[in-house]
Design a protein around this ligand. Structure first.
Ligand code: GUN
Length: 285
């Protein structure tokens, strides 16, 4: 029987850690950390995520600024908005919610965000820093996953960790973080020959592909820790993960639910990253 890793409860702990820090930062530096969030267009899922990010910032006592830009905004105008925020001494973190409309080059946008304000950890210099083992901003979802694993005290050294999915946002960075803890890491993906066999080798299984119910209980080693990053809507419109919870839960030792698992942790770690950017920003001035 899998015990639940309660992302909602743990994210509350993380947000309360940040909330406790903000008054001291304000007293020391004369202002609160400020996160700028940009959303382009009206993707309903993105709107929910962004609303929750702004709400979390308010909860922790930080400042936030929400920029809701029309879906037909030109790439140039978006880049201009980013340039203004890059130069604004009162803005510490800049987040552009992805995905962006097709006519905008996401890579260009990510590259345009000042590296030291990149709360997502998506900028090439932050990605390079992560892979070179330098102190840098770690993407929020992978950071949240590691915090969840730490919360259950699982030993990663020498264990087999399998990451299903190779995105820049989750798969690749979480694989590096698991490697940093001396896990033996395998990255599986859509072209993996026998996904079930690879998954069954995992003591820790992280699934981040965006395919509802892709991983079923028969693909899980008994006693494995299962982290489900998926956020899918099934035929009835219900939120569900990449892991088939009903068959996976009895086989696993620990498992994250969807919703209430990794999702809230992403937002909580964003608050931590905003503080980190604020502090490095203070040092720079
Ligand atoms: N879209 C899905 N996840 C994320 C994230 O962590 N950050 C941003 N900016 N966009 C996303």
């Amino acid at each position: 029987m899998g015990q639940i890793i309660d992302g909602k409860a743990l994210s509350q702990v993380v947000k309360d850690e940040v909330k406790a820090e903000v008054p001291a930062l304000e007293a020391k530096y004369g202002r609160k950390p400020c996160l700028a969030v940009i959303i382009v267009g009206e993707n309903p899922a993105s709107q929910v995520y962004v609303r929750n990010k702004v709400k979390a910032a308010a909860y922790t006592g930080m400042e936030s600024r929400l920029f809701e830009l029309p879906s037909d905004i030109s790439e140039e105008a978006l880049l201009q908005q980013i340039a203004i925020l890059n130069d604004d001494p009162l803005t510490d973190g800049i987040l552009v919610q992805l995905p962006l409309p097709g006519h905008i080059d996401e890579e260009k946008v990510i590259d345009a965000i000042a590296r030291e304000k990149d709360v997502d950890g998506f900028h090439p210099l932050n990605v390079a820093g992560l892979w070179l083992g330098k102190d840098c901003i770690v993407p929020c979802t992978p950071a949240g996953i590691m915090r969840m694993l730490d919360s259950i005290g699982v030993e990663l050294k020498g264990k087999n960790a399998v990451v299903v999915g190779r995105s820049n946002i989750v798969g690749k960075p979480v694989a590096k973080l698991l490697l940093d803890r001396n896990a033996t890491v395998t990255i599986a993906h859509s072209r993996t020959g026998d996904l079930g066999e690879v998954c069954r080798s995992a003591d820790v299984l992280v699934v981040a592909v965006g395919k509802a119910g892709l991983v079923t209980g028969d693909m899980i080693k008994p006693g494995a820790v299962v982290i489900d990053v998926g956020m899918n809507r099934n035929a009835e419109g219900k939120l569900c993960g990449d892991v088939d919870y009903a068959s996976a839960e009895p086989v696993s030792s620990w498992i994250t639910p969807v919703p209430g698992g990794v999702g809230p942790m992403t937002i909580a770690m964003l608050m931590k990253n905003t503080i980190a950017c604020f502090l490095s920003h203070q040092k720079a001035y």
